[in-house]
Design a protein around this ligand. Sequence first.
Ligand code: KG4
Ligand code: ZN
Length: 351
Amino acid sequence: MSVVLGIETSCDETGVALVCDGVLLGDALASSMRSHARYGGVVPEIAARAHVDALVPCVAQALTAAGLDVTEVGAVAVTAGPGLATALQTGLAAAKAYALALGVPLYGVHHLAGHLAADVVDAGPLPNPLVALIVSGGHTSLLLVGDLARDPIVHLGDTLDDAAGECFDKVARVLGLPYSGGPALDWAAREGDAGAVAFPRPLLGRADAPYTFSFSGLKTAVARWAERHGAPVGARLADVAASFQEAVVDVLTAKAVRACVDHGARDLLVVGGVAANSRLRALAARRCEAAGVRLRVPAPRRCTDNGVMIAALGDLLVHAGAPASALDLSANPAAFLRGAMLDSDPVASPR
Ligand code: KG4
Ligand code: ZN
């Protein structure tokens, strides 16, 4: 048995957790989201400084919650990419320091692979194989996943331009909603009529690439609508928000379920910040049931960035006997998802 300390600092959340044998022992989460609100988006330097302030207190809080002493940590897992360069570096530096001081292995993991492992501590081991839909602020991908700790991850399709979360954030801004846009839009849409405005469903035609996404045209369509009609308020705002949200989740769920059917996969996993979206969760459940596909979506608090997902992935790697990362591992802000761990030398890894 080896207690894994997980550290996540790729964006504006400082996440720390302790996981052992698939069991969550304790965790802590600090967010600098409020400091970014007046700028309308994450300011990397503010995020990095907030991580420096929050890291050691979060580790202490997670250890206290677990009733453990730091000397009982048996391995350290840390997000090494992708993410904001300076934010990643704070977590990586802390993780290396803990690993070196404690004389335990370091696992530099891929942030998106962490998202895939987010609910292992709640719902048990992941089905193998499965189709995964990752929908975060920076990424939108449909994947074929085998053994997460051992097998390469196959990309069925990705987004050609904006990520789904990025699209939510930008459209929220156009509609005058506060940062962070995704949750604000989800909330604004709850009483709206999703059929009020016929926004486009990008790449959903018969001739389109079946698993590829594109969201920048949809974002532009909402901006054009706002130019023509003025910024909506009240019930009109709810209708536009619901109509936009419906277009995004219609495309996401249609392609995800199709990928399952085409590949004979019985399980769909939906993860990443946008997986917290209430309408995406509801429509995915309905369409999966109709197609005979089992749906797995983490609890909303495990969809957005946290330390538990990184500790849980580290725990899987320890159990798989994965070789540890070198202590000179660099952060890779643009790391492509190919497996659970990042290569030691990002410069030498072709995309
Ligand atoms: O995974 P995540 O926490 O960070 C990244 O790795 O990017 O995802 C953040 C994204 C943001 O774009 C945020 O607006 C979106 O997830 N998000 C949502 C909701 N909650 C978070 N989008 C739509 N509806 C939500 N309820
Ligand atoms: Zn994330």
